[in-house]
Design a protein around this ligand. Structure first.
Ligand SMILES: [Zn+2]
Length: 347
């Protein structure tokens, strides 16, 4: 098989098929026995990056990441590290940022400021050495025991409405297709970028496998909405878990419409319900529990592995990251999660 062919479909580790997933912060280390015991969690996704972050995920050191993973493993939890696969902030070294940036038609690097942050995010092109950089970060995580990597924000490489026109993309497009990137239609470019994202995931997975003990580390990316890049079917040969972030959208159909039910059974499907940004009410007593109850019930019934925010994410640009609202202090929410995670298949 040549390097240009999609890799064969990759297997998921057995534990990924029956995952009950909780988000975690480094400060949650003392609570991990409760995650695995009372709450019935089997996997934690750690939001604590030892390398450049995106202005939202808390940052720290590799030693702290290692400390967390050891504590998770001690109580039988698998640990997945969060990393932004597309965006960096100002602290990322300027020289690399400029050389590895996504570029528009005129050759200008792309940046944007999301509504929920005060910082500018620089969009990186994964056909540049940025993908090698992320593979090194992933290998660091694997070396300290990570069981996988969760790659966020793949669709942001279309931020600005068009895909990338950097010299790496132009050269790679010509090499693979014989065509000129500028002459292709945007749907053609977006589909091609989707395959490139898959190759990027393969690079990350190979780096983790070489550096760590896991033969099949979980490598997945955040699919939310109808992303032209992270189409779950196109990425099927490259990722071993499908991860869907979903939302309750009144009048527009619920989270169930987001799930790729035809892929259930072919690969583990992990899904998280996130509070809608314009309805930040999950801190109200009982509210998060009330919204998560039907989500957890129907997800498990359908064979989907649910993930729950242990700490509710913030939508406040003046307080990026996470709120102070945690299920560890919300008895109603903890009871709902424990009942579903520890029931039937999760027992
Ligand atoms: Zn590019």
């Amino acid at each position: 098989m040549s390097a240009d062919d999609p890799s064969p479909t990759v297997a998921a580790p057995p534990w990924a098929w029956r995952a009950r997933i909780l988000s975690a912060l480094h400060g949650d280390i003392p609570h991990l026995p409760r995650f695995a015991g009372e709450l019935g969690g089997t996997v934690v996704v750690l939001y604590h990056a030892h390398e450049v972050t995106n202005g939202w995920c808390p940052g720290g050191t590799l030693g702290e990441v290692a400390e967390f993973i050891r504590a998770a493993h001690d109580v039988g939890l698998k640990a997945i590290c969060y990393y932004d696969s597309t965006l960096v902030e100002e602290r990322f070294p300027r020289r690399q940022r400029d050389r590895w940036a996504k570029r528009d038609r005129e050759g200008a690097p792309r940046a944007h400021q999301p509504w929920h942050l005060r910082v500018r995010r620089h969009v990186m092109c994964f056909n540049s050495p940025w993908s090698d950089h992320v593979a090194r970060v992933a290998a660091d995580c694997a070396r300290v025991g990570a069981d996988g990597l969760f790659m966020d924000n793949p669709d942001h490489c279309l931020a600005g409405g068009e895909s990338c026109f950097c010299e790496n993309c132009r050269r790679e497009f010509r090499r693979r297709t014989g065509g000129d990137l500028f002459e292709a239609s945007e749907p053609e470019r977006a589909e091609w970028m989707g395959h490139c994202y898959g190759e990027y995931m393969r690079k990350v997975r190979d780096a983790m496998r070489d550096a760590g003990d896991e033969d099949e580390p979980v490598v997945t990316c955040n699919v939310s909405g109808d992303s032209a890049i992270a189409d779950p079917h196109r990425l099927r040969p490259y990722q071993n878990v499908l991860f869907r972030e979903t939302f309750n959208r009144p009048g527009l159909g619920g989270w169930e419409e987001d799930l790729e039910m035809d892929l259930l059974g072919q690969m583990p499907v992990w899904s998280i319900l996130t509070e809608l940004p314009d309805n930040p009410s999950w801190h109200l007593p009982g509210r998060a529990a009330a919204e998560l109850e039907p989500f957890l019930s129907r997800a498990l019934e359908a064979g989907v592995c649910p993930m729950v925010w242990t700490t509710i994410p913030s939508h406040d640009p003046d307080a990026p990251g996470f709120t102070g609202h945690s299920l560890l202090e919300d008895e109603a929410l903890a009871a709902v999660v424990a009942r579903h995670f520890r029931g039937r298949d999760g027992a």
